[in-house]
Ligand binder design. Structure first.
Ligand code: PMV
Length: 337
């Protein structure tokens, strides 16, 4: 038996990925760019058993749902097929942040799983190859293989990986307004946008343009420009999502309150720009110098109700490392089902 453990952190996209060109290979319709952060990590241990059979997946200490287990097994199959190895695995994964609530738990989750599973099955991969592999679990996971600012290239199977991009030192302040899992998965909502939104073609072409502008703004260290592009691109994504049939709306009244508060912070002279993924939670992009004041201003808007599953006080996130192997954190619960 062989086992390996990895840690990976979520990434928050400044230029969003929304829509696939190829669903099986998870190739995006356009490129995207994100910041991998230094908190809310996923830690995953993969233990390869000595025979074929059903995989076991423990999520946050409990047997995961059938659909989550199926998705994990499908991902492990990518590795097993490549190696011609049919042994089943026991996977144990713990998220420090809310799961499935639009705080990038699938990005950290599949990046940690890719790294730990590659280690446990004995597949030796460089960063690009590991990024490509993580992409097969969840598109945005390919960016969590890379630390700090990362660009994910659209393109064919071999070209579609994430790599680091130079940029300024940024901070993100997540404002958790709900820890509940989202009602519509991003996978399903992306498909609806692609198949039904009249805005979708413009979304794809404008995203390519925004990505070029963002890479330039990052290289120039122009934080105001990075912020403007980030906020307008996030709102554009939510407009495409809302324009699908049937419509999907991820932002809640509490999210809009945060967006208004961020605008007020800017009017007061702080660097603060908002973004939100496929869920109601908002992240505020700011500078190391303004982050303390931004976090203080946001403290009253975040939920602190443990029943919501939210992680309590407002944190300040900086750039974090890419997915990597770590020493085994805990003994796996053997035979748990
Ligand atoms: O990787 P997925 O399928 O969870 O898609 C995530 C998409 C967004 O988080 C909404 C945007 C992004 O680029 O991360």
């Amino acid at each position: 038996m062989s086992r390996a453990s990895s840690i990976a952190y979520p990434n928050i996209a400044l230029v969003k990925y929304w829509g696939k060109r190829d669903e099986a290979l998870i190739l995006p319709a356009a490129g995207s760019l994100s910041l991998t952060v230094d908190d809310l990590a996923t830690i995953t241990t993969v233990e390869v058993t000595d025979r074929p059979g059903e995989d076991i997946f423990l999520l946050n200490g409990r047997a995961a749902s059938a659909s989550a287990t199926e998705r994990t097994s499908a991902f492990l199959d990518v590795i097993r097929t490549q190696l011609g190895d049919d042994r089943a695995a026991v996977v144990s994964s713990t998220n420090a942040g809310p799961t499935g609530a639009g705080m990038a738990s699938s990005a950290s989750g599949f990046a940690a799983l890719a790294s730990a599973a590659a280690g446990a099955y004995g597949l030796s991969l460089d960063q690009r190859a590991l990024s490509r592999l993580a992409r097969r679990g969840s598109g945005s996971a390919c960016r969590s293989v890379v630390g700090g600012l990362a660009v994910w290239h659209a393109g064919n199977e071999l070209e579609s990986f994430a790599e680091p991009v130079p940029g300024p030192d940024l901070r993100l302040v997540p404002v958790i307004v709900s820890g509940r899992p989202k009602a519509v998965s991003s996978r399903r909502a992306m498909r609806l946008s692609r198949d039904t939104s009249p805005f979708y073609p413009a979304w794809v072409s404008s995203t390519e343009e925004t990505l070029r502008q963002m890479i330039d703004a990052c290289a120039a260290g122009d934080i105001e420009r990075i912020g403007q592009l980030t906020e307008s691109h996030a709102l554009r994504m939510h407009a495409v999502i809302a324009s699908s049939t049937p419509p999907v709306r991820y932002l809640s009244p509490a999210s809009l309150t945060v967006l208004d508060a961020v605008q007020e912070l800017r009017a007061g002279g702080l660097t603060a720009w908002a973004t939100a993924d496929a869920g109601p939670n908002v992240c505020v992009l700011t500078t190391p110098g303004d982050a303390g004041q931004v976090a203080q201003a946001m403290a009253g808007l975040a939920v602190a109700d443990p029943a919501e599953g939210a992680p309590g006080p407002v944190r300040i996130l900086g750039p974090g490392p890419g997915a990597h192997l770590i020493p085994d954190p805990v003994e796996l619960t053997r035979g748990a089902s």
